[in-house]
Structures are given as C-alpha cells and as structure tokens.
Design a protein around this ligand. Structure first.
Ligand SMILES: *[C@@H]1O[C@H](CO)[C@@H](O)[C@H](O)[C@H]1NC(C)=O
Ligand SMILES: *[C@@H]1O[C@H](CO)[C@@H](O)[C@H](O)[C@H]1NC(C)=O
Length: 503
C-alpha cells in the first residue's frame, strides 16, 4: 500500500481546492522560478505501496512470452496491476503485483473505493478453508478468510490454476481512492505468507501446476511519466516463466538472493554522482536490502538517506533548495519547459554479483528519482523526491525498478537487472548498468550480524509471549493475594501493584 497513499492524498488535496502555502523561490540564473507546495499536513502518511501480475505458456510447456507483454497497467504511485479471472464462471478483477508480500488476496466484500469485488457465493469452484487470515503492510491492513479457487490469467499461461485466495472482508487503509485494482498478488516466498508458510503463494502454485520455469520478470514503464489520478495508466509486463529479450538492452547482471523470504540482496556501495558515500557497507543492508515492486520509492536506512541527500545537495547546483523537498513534504515546481533534471546527479547502487568477488552497479538518472507529479496550473511542472528514509531496511522500489527489466530467477536463487527498453526519454536511457568492479566493499560481508531473520523473530516472539504470560500470571497471583490479605485486614490500599501496572 504504502507509497501511493501519499500521492493520492496530494492529489485529492489539490482537487478539493484546499489552500496551500506557495512560497516562491527564485534561483537566479539557474531556473526561472521554483514554487514549492507545502504538503506538511499530509506527511503522517507512509509512502510505501505494492501490488500486480500475469503469465502464459503453450501446451508443449514452452512459454509464449509475447502474450504477456503489456499485461500490466498502473504507475509507480499507485502500483502496477494485472487482470485476472477468478472462479467459475469467471469474475474479472485487477490485482496489484507485489514482490514484497506472499498472499494472493482480493476484495470479497464491497468497499467505497473499489468498483467491484469477488463474490464467493457466485463461484461454484470456490472452497473455503475455514481459516481466518490477516496481513499488515507498511501502510494498510486487511482481514479475511482463506479459500481456494480456479483462476485464469488472460495474458498469462494458458492453464487454469487452483490457488489459495484470501477473501478480504475487512480492511483499513488498504484500498485507496482512485485505484483501479481490487486485490493484491504477492510474489515473494512462502516464508512471508500469512497466516503461515503452509499457504502456498500464487507463483509457487503456477510453477507447480503449469510446469513453467521458476522465473518471472517485471518491466514497469512509469519512468518520467506524471502520476495523476486521471492520466491514462502507463503499462508494464509481468513475464511468467522466463525472460523476454525484447524488454531489455545490453547484458543482464545477476545478484544472489541472500535469503528466500523477501527478495533479499546485498548492497555493497552507493554513489551519488561520482562520489562514494563511504559508509560502512553494513549500513546499506541494515536490517535488510530487498527488491520490492510494491514499494513506490527508493527507501534508504536513515543514515544512508541523510548521506544521500547531503551528497545530492553538494554535487548539484541546488544548495539552499528547501529541505522540505527532500523530506517529501513539498513538491518542487518549475516553469513549464524548464527541466530540473540537469541539476541533479545520477545515483548508483553496487550489488554483489553472482561471482561474489566482483560487484556490478545499477545507476538511475535523476529522471527516475525526481518524479513529475502533476501540474498545479498550466504554467508549472511539479516534482516530488522519489527517495525516502526507512526504519526497516533498504528497499529497491519502483523508483529504481522502473529503470530496469528485473528478473526474479528463483530457480537459480538470483535477481537479474538489465536496462529496460521503456526507460528512456527522447532516446536517452534513464538507467545504466555496468560491471564488473573489484570494489573495496566486495571483500567484506555487508550483511553479517545486522539482520534478524523471520524464523528467528518468530522464536523470539513466542519466547517473549511466554515470558509475558508468566509475568502476568505472577502479577495476577500477587494482585489476588494482597486482596485476600486485605480482607484479613493485614494490608491496605498502599499495595503498589495496581499503580505500577497502570504505569
Ligand atoms: C519566467 O517565466 C515567466 C513565465 O513564463 C515569464 O513571464 C518571466 O519573464 C520569466 N522570468 C525570467 C527571469 O526569465
Ligand atoms: C570472479 O571474478 C574474479 C575477478 O575478476 C576472477 O578472477 C575470477 O576468475 C572470477 N571467477 C569466476 C568463477 O568466474
């Protein structure tokens, strides 16, 4: 959910003609003028988003990728979604492609922000599993019931697949105004599935039943396109079963998947312009670094974010530029036709290659992280900062993914990057990829000791629960004992137990 909430709020704020502070800033000799919208009231909203997907194969088991090209719609702000037909007879719904979660979930009850939902009663093949399920995202959450049903993907593998479906009955902050999807397709590993990893995720089911290779790849074509609630959604492709050569240029570089829960990778180095941030490489992976199509922005751990912003301000011509822009609470606007991009540096992320003694780098041009949002009036172009701080790890979200064709090669436990054919502006590519590099960072383990893996977390959670239960039991016993004694006239209300508990 996460990232598009913020944007939607901006937009709904605008369209409702609310009053903005619009301080005018003149950058003599550099820009004509810069106007910044004060979006402070909107900052309580998180900025993470997720969702979308599709696939295809012929009867011989050879996958026909061409059928899957352009099977996605959407944008970075509200996510990319794919059409899917669920149940018997089929009900058509759009689902968000999210590589950062592992449940397939669709609305199964009316909600003000969605046009239609999956009606279980009308599907003769729907089977309830009689289990409750709930998922909490960075922003938004839902609760529902687990079941199974048949699905087909119009622009995907030709087989009908039986999959686990979470029927969303209640949700909070999950469906948002203006969205055109009614469900979410979680493409990560079983470890993230709720209520537990025994609920086979969608893509595992597809691979098992359609017999396609355990690989999918994603091209999201929102780079440089203004995200607005009214514009035609841009496209994208979710290729299930392999790699479609017409969707990228040059070579594919692969980085190992460190652990199969999220698509966790190892970041070795960051550069802004040509300047190495020079942080301890463990900071980049604190507490994990993942590739997540469901996150709108490039999210960086706090220290890294601060260093990146500082480096951007230093290496560009925009010293004195309002901090509000980098904090994500203001948009920067220029007179139409003034491109702000030439004032910003490139950003490079170095990833460990599958030959672990070298790295490669993926580079995004400012067109990807200084993102057009919408016009305030006919004379201004406005932009938001596509990078935000994160308290739960580095997230290579849509901001970066839109520059690349990203291959989730689960079979070989690696994620591949190649320059996307749709990430260009006037014939100039907006992303670059290069390697191999024998950087200093390559020698060290940049992840050691920083990450609490999920299974370990569960052990800790259960242990803590046990301790809590024990403590509570003791407290209750102590609470009851004094009362008894009080009845005996031995102890007065001076017993501090209750007061301490209230504290
Ligand atoms: C800035 O742009 C506005 C609108 O295009 C124009 O009227 C004005 O003369 C420009 N100012 C400068 C200093 O170029
Ligand atoms: C990995 O890269 C190093 C450095 O370039 C090279 O010496 C080595 O031969 C490579 N290993 C493999 C298996 O390709």
């Amino acid at each position: 959910m996460r990232l598009f909430g913020l944007l939607l709020l901006y937009l709904s704020f605008w369209t409702s003609h609310s009053v903005f502070k619009i301080p005018l800033k003149i950058f003599a000799g550099k820009f004509n003028a810069s106007v910044q919208l004060d979006l402070r009231p909107l900052t309580q909203n998180e900025d993470k988003a997720d969702r979308g997907l599709s696939l295809a194969s012929d009867p011989a088991g050879t996958v026909n990728f061409l059928d899957m090209i352009n099977n996605l719609k959407g944008d970075s702000g509200r996510g990319y979604y794919m059409e899917m037909v669920i149940g018997t007879p089929g009900q058509t719904l759009n689902v968000l492609v999210d590589t950062g979660s592992s449940n397939f979930a669709v609305a199964a009850a009316a909600h003000p922000y969605i046009t239609h939902y999956f009606n279980r009663a009308l599907s003769s093949t729907y089977q309830s599993a009689g289990r409750a399920v709930a998922v909490k995202y960075t922003q938004g959450e839902w609760e529902g019931e687990l079941g199974t049903d048949h699905i087909t993907i119009p622009q995907g593998p030709s087989e009908t697949i039986i999959i686990n479906i979470a029927a969303i009955l209640v949700s909070e902050g999950f469906f948002l105004p203006g969205i055109n999807w009614q469900g979410i397709l979680g493409l990560a590993y079983p470890l993230l599935a709720r209520p537990d990893p025994s609920v086979e995720p969608f893509f595992n089911s597809v691979v098992r039943q359609a017999g396609i290779p355990d690989v999918f790849s994603l091209q999201m074509c929102g780079a440089g396109v203004s995200a607005s609630t009214t514009a035609d959604p841009v496209g994208g492709s979710l290729i299930m079963g392999g790699v479609e050569p017409t969707l990228y240029r040059g070579s594919v570089w692969y980085t190992p998947i460190l652990e199969e829960w999220y698509y966790q990778v190892e970041v070795l180095k960051l550069e802004v312009g040509d300047q190495n941030l020079n942080l301890d490489c463990k900071e980049y992976n604190s507490d994990k670094a993942i590739v997540d199509s469901g996150t709108t922005l490039l999210r960086l751990p706090g220290n890294v974010f601060n260093a990146v912003v500082e480096a951007i301000m230093e290496s560009s011509l925009i010293q004195g530029f309002s901090a509000g822009f980098f904090d994500g609470i203001k948009l920067a606007c220029w007179v139409r036709g003034e491109s702000p991009w030439r004032f910003f540096p490139k950003i490079s992320i170095y990833l460990r290659a599958t030959n672990t003694s070298v790295s490669f780098r993926i580079t995004i041009l400012p067109q990807l992280y200084v993102q057009p949002v919408t016009d305030i009036d006919g004379t201004l172009d406005c932009f938001r900062f596509g990078i935000s701080p994160s308290a739960n790890g580095l997230v290579i979200g849509a901001t970066v993914m839109e520059g690349f064709y990203v291959i989730f090669d689960r079979d070989k436990k690696r994620v591949g990057f190649a320059v996307s054919t749709c990430a260009e502006n006037g014939g100039v590519p907006l992303a670059e990829i290069a390697g191999p590099f024998l950087a200093e960072g390559v020698a060290s383990d940049c992840t050691a000791g920083v990450s609490l893996r999920e299974p370990l977390m569960w052990v800790i959670v259960y242990a803590l629960k046990a301790v809590c239960a024990l403590v509570l039991t003791i407290l209750l016993i102590l609470l009851i004992l004094p009362c008894r004694r009080h009845r005996d006239g031995e102890i007065t209300d001076e017993s501090s137990l209750v007061r301490h508990r209230i504290k």
